[in-house]
Design a protein around this ligand. Structure first.
Ligand SMILES: [Mn+2]
Length: 299
């Protein structure tokens, strides 16, 4: 059956939407394998096969999505992404961005920072990733996908408000940076296995009260490559897809997450689209939580 992308969840009128979806088909910030620019297209195509139900059979058809399409490649692309993202944040809808490699998060988080400042919220970042992405320069570039968090700090985020989860692939300069900046909370996969997912979630949730607005950035390579092989820089010793799902959904339930991206899915490097499917199915679990939050705010 094919009823088109996202089937009955899509609406044409942005005013009737709970969520704005935006694709960013860009992978020129990737350092290793490419193909992440194809992820938005692939995920839309696959979504046509998904009924509006969660993994537990719960109906999510009351969630309404406005698909704003892709931000098309142009001159000053990052500046354009930043402007377009700020407009979307100002709509006060929940924004989900589909990358793209992780460099697209640089302008997205810049726009989110400005939005938070205008709304008297403390801008914060939770970064789910095998990699810290905190290089100053990588491959001669300051806007490589390995520089995302470093640029966000340059753009005003306080390091103390940044949390990294799933880390297991460092550059030497990143280790040196963390030695000087112990205020950044880094949960490596080693630490996740020692502490357990639940205790980590509790710690992270405690850190962010309602004064904060969190940008949750989800690099698919936080999952072990066994679960998400279709990505440019696969990293061994990762988390299971269920562990990552638990982290994502519990954070959505318990922390003030105000924006979300999923990046680094490369359909070119994938096997039977399992990595795109993982991202898509994760979105559907998130949609259920967004419905619960919508209903709470109505009460
Ligand atoms: Mn990564």
């Amino acid at each position: 059956m094919n009823e088109g992308p996202f089937r009955r969840l899509l609406v044409d009128d942005i005013n009737k939407a709970d969520v704005i979806l935006t694709g960013i088909p860009y992978d020129e910030g990737a350092s290793c394998g490419s193909g992440a620019h194809l992820a938005p297209k692939t995920m839309r195509a696959l979504s046509a096969y998904l009924p509006p139900l969660t993994k537990d059979g719960n109906d999510i058809s009351s969630l309404k999505i406005f698909d704003s399409g892709d931000i098309k490649k142009c001159k000053d692309y990052f500046k354009t992404i930043e402007k377009e993202a700020l407009n979307r944040f100002k709509s006060d809808k929940f924004n989900i961005f589909l990358g793209g490699d992780h460099s697209v998060t640089i302008p997205l988080q810049k726009a989110f920072f400005d939005y938070c400042k205008q709304n008297n919220k403390i801008p914060a970042i939770i970064h789910l990733d095998a990699h810290p992405d905190i290089c100053d320069v990588y491959d001669g570039s300051k806007v490589s996908h390995a520089c995302t968090n470093r640029r966000s700090i340059d753009n005003g985020y306080n390091p103390i408000d940044i949390t990294l989860i799933g880390i297991r692939g460092y550059e030497k300069q990143e280790v040196e940076y963390f030695n000087l900046h112990s205020e950044i909370d880094v949960y490596s996969t080693t630490k996740v296995h020692q502490m357990g997912v639940e205790s980590i979630i509790n710690e992270v949730v405690k850190k962010y009260d309602d004064r904060y607005a969190i940008y949750l950035s989800y690099d698919i390579d936080i999952n072990d490559p066994a679960y998400a092989p279709g990505t440019g820089t696969p990293e061994a010793f990762g988390l299971t897809s269920f562990e990552v799902l638990t982290i994502v959904t519990e954070l959505f339930k318990k922390a003030p997450i105000k924006a979300f991206d999923i990046v680094e899915i490369s359909p070119l490097l994938d096997i039977n689209n399992i990595t795109s499917w993982l991202a898509l199915k994760t979105l559907y679990e998130v949609f259920e939580i967004l419905i619960a939050k919508k209903n709470e705010s109505k009460e």
